[in-house]
Ligand binder design. Sequence first.
Ligand SMILES: NC(=O)C1=CN([C@@H]2O[C@H](COP(=O)(O)OP(=O)(O)OC[C@H]3O[C@@H](n4cnc5c(N)ncnc54)[C@H](O)[C@@H]3O)[C@@H](O)[C@H]2O)C=CC1
Ligand SMILES: O=C(O)[C@@H]1CCC=N1
Length: 278
Amino acid sequence: MKDQRRVAFIGAGSMAESILAGLLLHNKVSPENIFVTNRQDEARLTELKEKYGVQVDLIKESLLAEADIVILAMKPKGVKEAVESIRPFTNEKQLFLSVLAGITTEYISYLLDHNAPIIRVMPNTSSAVGSSATVIAQGRTVTEEHMDVAQSLLEAVGIVRRVKEVDLDAITAIAGSGPAYIYYLIEALQKSAEELLLDRELATDLILQMVQGSVDLLTKTGEDPRALYENVISPGGTTEAGFKVLKESQFQSIVIECIKNAAIRSSDISKQISGVPL
Ligand SMILES: NC(=O)C1=CN([C@@H]2O[C@H](COP(=O)(O)OP(=O)(O)OC[C@H]3O[C@@H](n4cnc5c(N)ncnc54)[C@H](O)[C@@H]3O)[C@@H](O)[C@H]2O)C=CC1
Ligand SMILES: O=C(O)[C@@H]1CCC=N1
């Protein structure tokens, strides 16, 4: 069902665009009810207006006056300046969603200086095609009804799970940053195909279907990844030869380190910017 609430995006970068594109693609909110602002980049706002038909304005007062739901989508380091710039035009009836990595609901509450409900959200860029793996976590003054509103809105851009805010650093590292790691792996597969003199277009078609098919098999069988990769490895065969290199270079340990480092960064952002670790 279409949501009649008016949604204002504060920040007009790649994450804001992914979410608004997903909301429009799934007809969840009409373009007349989506308002977008940013710090000062008028050309970017015009680009979004032309591409999606959304309402844009550099002047935050009129934009905020119209909004039922405010989505904070600037970089974490810009949160103080951004929230201070909108604070006079906000009120406790508005529902705030923050997609900012590492920024706690308590800190946003402190910046707003009132008790508006704030839900911390961690989506990913697959929102643009309705395939995000999104979580929502309840801030202090958030009710179940607010959570239902956020869930229903964000389900237009993918699956939504409710979690505790304390788990956000780990989830940010896995599901928020995760697409970048998967694309990096896909790029490595493309580079291998190139070194093996395969046609790039053919290789890309095969790689993408292979990745998609692997996810489909996992999902449809409910098997452990281990059972499925063991099925692929024929003794003395090609996969075993490939795996030898992965194991020698401790591929899984490297991935685990990568995710832990991203989670530490999320927690460090909290400490550096808000000084209030959760
Ligand atoms: N890119 C991603 O895959 C994901 C990003 N996020 C979070 O989304 C947020 C935005 O990330 P991106 O879109 O990648 O960044 P971006 O750099 O593409 O966009 C940031 C936007 O915020 C605007 N902005 C900066 N200061 C502002 C101010 N004072 N008032 C209004 N707007 C202001 C900028 O003009 C720009 O439009 C970050 O906090 C990030 O942690 C969360 C999940 C995934
Ligand atoms: O790299 C970042 O900090 C953001 C948060 C998750 C994905 N991108």
